[in-house]
Design a protein around this ligand. Structure first.
Ligand code: FAD
Length: 317
């Protein structure tokens, strides 16, 4: 089922999860262990992130550094297939521009289609650690909108090879990312909104937001989207704070603001358990308010911490 059909067919706010593939050397069991306890909340879909190759620098005995490419978390597509098989729910692989030529993207989409995967979240991906800005693969896409266009082309039976006449029309439902506090590279929210609208106009049927800790950002963002003619469902992405250090690491990595009340509450204690409780309480309050506002789905960034997510959902659902 497409995510849009899932949303249309439900009157209630649904719950979904985002998971990360395990670090290389890990097993599918770790995924099942973290997902099994959450299945009681009947998620109609589970997103699986994609992690591109990164470069690391190893010092040789000679003292020179050698550059090595490694993929720390491979397995997105396999995990999707496994999730669909075990739980009978939709799995949504994240598809990124970074590291992929258009041909490789086309081949990946063919695999997804043959596996019966109906939904993809189309993203650009971030710059590599040692690169100052995002550099597309030779023959790859610059922006998520270009990836949306390619998926949409395949939905219309158009493949890269112009000699393919009458190609099979895939039927992917395409989601894209949205940033209530603006994407960090965008000069302002209005311009970022213009590019988000381009993704929707190109064929994206829903938006999943970056995490936020103040619901006002989400509500204002939805208003702005609607004013700009974006009518697709906007799914809020939510993450509970679980460690004191996240007060600074989350804003640094995700370019979002932390509300003063949350900072003050966490700052007032050095008790790790207490910090976790504060984060859980905050997330429960956020989730309840979003649910009361009638959001289509509460989408949790689980970070493999099913215990925390379960505690939250017990209070929300
Ligand atoms: P885009 O929509 O392409 O936007 C990137 C920047 O370029 C923005 O500043 C935008 O304003 C600007 N822009 C867009 N189009 C144009 C244009 N035509 N001309 C000029 N400027 C333009 N990353 C991963 O590597 N793997 C994942 O699995 C993953 N999952 C994610 C899930 C969600 C819900 C979110 C919110 C993010 C995720 N990311 C993931 C991170 C994402 O890849 C980064 O935030 C990335 O920097 C931007 O991706 P995007 O798809 O929003 O890019």
């Amino acid at each position: 089922m497409k995510i849009t059909e899932v949303i249309e067919s439900s009157k209630e706010t649904l719950v979904s999860f985002e998971i990360l593939p395990p670090l290389k050397g890990g097993s599918m069991e770790t995924i099942f262990k973290s997902m099994d306890p959450l299945m009681e909340f009947k998620p109609p879909f589970i997103d699986v992130t994609y992690h591109r190759e990164e470069f690391i620098y190893n010092m040789r005995p000679s003292g020179y550094y050698e550059k090595i490419a490694i993929r720390k978390r491979p397995g997105t597509v396999g995990i999707c297939a496994s999730i669909m098989h075990r739980y009978g729910v939709e799995a949504v692989p994240h598809l990124i521009c970074g590291g992929f030529s258009k041909t490789e993207t086309e081949n990946a989409l063919i695999d997804l289609n043959f596996l019966g995967i109906k939904n993809v979240l189309a993203l650009r991906g971030d710059a590599r650690k040692f690169e100052g800005k995002f550099i597309p693969e030779p023959g790859g896409h610059n922006y998520a909108v270009d990836l949306v266009n390619q998926v949409q082309d395949m939905n219309n039976g158009k493949y890269l090879d112009p000699n393919i006449d009458n190609g099979f029309k895939t039927d992917f439902c395409i989601g894209v990312a949205g940033y209530p506090e603006k994407h960090f590279e965008a000069p302002n929210l209005e311009l970022d909104m213009k590019y988000t609208k381009m993704k929707v106009d190109a064929g994206a049927s829903y938006i999943v937001t970056q995490m936020f800790f103040d619901n006002d950002y989400y509500f204002k963002y939805v208003d702005l989207c609607r004013k700009n003619g974006i009518t697709v469902p906007i799914i809020p992405g939510i993450k509970p704070l679980t460690r004191k250090s996240q007060i600074t690491t989350i804003p640094r990595h995700f370019f979002i603001n932390m509300p003063g009340d949350l900072i003050n509450a966490v700052d007032a204690t050095d008790d790790k358990q207490k910090v976790k409780e504060i984060g859980i309480e905050w997330c429960i309050a956020q989730s309840k308010e979003l649910k009361a506002a009638g959001v289509p789905v509460l989408h949790y960034y689980t970070m493999s911490d099913s215990r925390t997510i379960k505690k939250i959902l017990k209070e929300v659902i």
